[in-house]
Design a protein around this ligand. Structure first.
Ligand code: LIP
Length: 313
């Protein structure tokens, strides 16, 4: 593994995320003052369809972040949502080199509407394993950070919030599960997605496979969803369709908080999963007579066996 000072990387990423947050808030204020129909007073463009949004602020933030990284760490690679979209490639390419994986605004739809759940997500991977993560929600001024072996924090508070005692969770009937509508809206995908939502919520006495979980939530940002699971305020987040830049920072933050990450069909998260489109994560579980990882794997297995309808994207 290449030798990199992870604390220096994390500190630099924190500065970039705060700068990105200031740009988001400035654009938001500009819109409220100008009465413009778009968040930053500029055009909203679409990527693959009319609900896959990108603004000039997304592009300006990614350019600012990548220019700064190239100056400070000239031999590091970069992967970003907006440069990938501009490249017209269909598959994300990633090497084993130290790589910054950036979503300048995760939750662009919320940003466009002024709904306060958007953030800057900066992940850093070596050998395609996320080792540093920084997620900043500027509206709530919440900074989530982690680096390999050093724990996960929100504004300096150790995660999960119940640290050092992860809360118990016996079965998914007591779980709060985050899901997303996503931006892929074709009939087959929507049917499968809605089937999953239905089984998570339904009473199993009336619908086969119904888990009757406590509830589902959607924050509109994969990065903030991983942060919520790391904090222990949600139990599981499941989504098919997002990309490495949505999850890279979240993966290391969740892992450092005792959470466990998975790829397609609930397989443990690995280098291939990072460039895939299937993601889930579960918080640390403190069951009195069950090992943390055994409980996590059992609960995720139960989610995939009963509720999740798999599909190709
Ligand atoms: C979004 C995610 C969101 C997901 C969307 C999209 P963007 O990222 O974070 O959770 O449902 O499909 O990927 O486009 O706002 O950076």
């Amino acid at each position: 593994m290449a030798h990199v000072d992870l604390r220096a990387v994390q500190e630099f990423a924190e500065g970039l995320a705060r700068k990105a947050g200031a740009m988001m808030l400035e654009a938001t204020e500009k819109r409220w003052k100008s009465g413009s129909s778009t968040q930053d007073g500029s055009a909203v463009d679409f990527k693959k369809n009319s609900v896959d949004l990108v603004t000039e602020t997304d592009q300006a933030i990614e350019a600012m972040i990548f220019t700064s990284i190239k100056e400070r760490f000239p031999d590091h690679e970069t992967v970003g949502e907006e440069s990938f979209a501009a490249s017209k490639k269909s598959v994300v390419e990633m090497t084993d080199a130290p790589t910054w994986i950036v979503d300048p605004i995760d939750g662009t739809t919320s940003f466009v509407h002024g709904y306060p759940m958007f953030c800057c997500s900066i992940g850093f991977a070596i050998d395609r394993v996320p080792v540093v993560g920084v997620i900043y929600n500027p509206t709530l001024d919440q900074l989530y950070t982690a680096s390999s072996g050093n724990g996960a924090f929100m504004n300096g508070r150790r995660l999960p919030f119940s640290h050092p005692h992860p809360l118990p969770l016996d079965d998914l009937g007591q779980a709060l599960i985050i899901v997303e509508g996503g931006s892929l809206r074709g009939k087959e995908i929507m049917d499968r997605r809605v089937d999953t939502f239905k089984r998570i919520l339904a009473d199993g006495r009336e619908l086969d496979g119904g888990l009757m979980a406590h509830g589902i939530r959607s924050q509109g940002s994969a990065a903030l969803n991983y942060a919520a699971v790391a904090a222990g305020i949600a139990d599981i987040y499941y989504e098919t369709g997002c990309y490495s830049w949505d999850v890279a920072a979240g993966v290391i933050i969740a892992r450092e908080a005792g959470g466990r990450c998975y790829g397609r069909n609930g397989k443990p998260f690995d280098e291939a999963a990072l460039v895939g489109r299937h993601f889930s994560v579960i918080r640390a579980i403190g069951n009195p007579s069950e090992d943390n990882v055994a409980a996590q794997d059992r609960l995720i297995r139960s989610l995939f066996d009963t509720a999740v309808a798999d599909f190709d994207v």
